[in-house]
Write a protein that binds this ligand. Sequence first.
Ligand SMILES: Cc1cc2nc3c(=O)[nH]c(=O)nc-3n(C[C@H](O)[C@H](O)[C@H](O)COP(=O)(O)OP(=O)(O)OC[C@H]3O[C@@H](n4cnc5c(N)ncnc54)[C@H](O)[C@@H]3O)c2cc1C
Length: 386
Amino acid sequence: MASLDNLTFAPPPSFAQGEVLRAEVRAFLAQHMPERAITQGVGSWGGSDREFSRKMGARGWIGMTWPRRYGGHERSALERYVVLEEMLASGAPVSGHWVADRQSGPLLLRVGTEEQKRAILPRIAAGECSFCIGMSEPDSGSDLASVRTRAVAADGGFRVNGTKLWTSNAHRSDYMILLARTGEAGEQRHGGLTQFLVDLKSTPGISIRPVHNLAGEHHFNEVVFQDVFLSAANVLGEVGGGWQQVTSELAFERSGPERFLSAFTLLVELTRALGPAPSERACIALGRIVAHIATLRRLSRSVAGMLQAGANPAQQAALVKDLGTTLEQEIPEIARQLIDEEPDRDSTRDFAAVLARTMMNAPSFSIRGGTREILRGMIARGLGLR
Ligand SMILES: Cc1cc2nc3c(=O)[nH]c(=O)nc-3n(C[C@H](O)[C@H](O)[C@H](O)COP(=O)(O)OP(=O)(O)OC[C@H]3O[C@@H](n4cnc5c(N)ncnc54)[C@H](O)[C@@H]3O)c2cc1C
């Protein structure tokens, strides 16, 4: 069960305080946003830039809600939310610390040992330490209970063999949180799973191979474990408690503004391309999108509040992701209907290049972090329909 001991309860800021912070973030971006092509802001949290992450860490904008003793800043979930949405809306290169800030750090706070927390959390908060998620496998994505990577008890720890797939940023990460089978699944199929903290930079026996996506980018990987020894100190949380830990982690993964802002750069370019006097049809279409974003933002912020209070809002997070990714995928279609211009990733025209890049990334929006069918199944269960 989630423990409330490690969570902080900073009072929510007033609207005015939030807006002061928003202005600070915009000023920071105006000064520190690296020079780069506009298309780099599309799809996956702007790409990875360790130097930019360090600068954000120095400003206190990573691990914002965590206790000070672990390098955090004891600020509210709402303040963190302001920083996240400004970063995403500007296409800033935040993916170097995104996973660690969003889910690996909070998971460590909940279930990590004191030693693990003291060793790793301050480094994450400083923008010095990146994480990847080792859940999916070649034959196990939606059905995580069927993972086959095995961690067998060995002298002083575990021997791991197996393959993880689609592991985003594994090639750039310092650590993976690995989900592996340590025992029998049992009748409910949720038993016998354990999470491990794996140092990707210094553990022998791990190979990381690139998998290129539809857009030709190297974003995710295949990660092979061959007789990898992990000591007992690498166990994260309880041996056999992996299922509960993974499902609570997924609520962090599914509910943030990155689940409805992946096509935001395109929305901005669309608005620019429509010019100062858009048609009535275009105004209606843009108005619909903006109204949806406003509603999703309310939903997503509510889930952030529940997470900060130590709840496990798995169904609510699934709802945010399903509705959010549906909207993200609609935006390129609407853009194509409103502007008579071919998508072209090599174009010097921002609209054509951003449209092409968003279209190529859009199919993944509703797959990464859990597919639409799986999320809807969870929502139906939450409503008592199955
Ligand atoms: C861009 C991207 C980044 C990713 N990054 C990571 C990462 O960092 N770490 C990681 O661990 N994984 C990552 N993934 C993997 C992702 O989580 C899986 O692809 C996803 O969970 C689906 O699993 P699968 O690919 O095995 O498809 P499958 O589970 O085989 O599903 C195939 C299809 O069958 C449907 N389906 C499956 N089961 C059911 C069911 N019970 N009822 C109805 N329909 C069903 C699915 O909805 C889907 O349409 C990433 C994926 C993408 C696209």
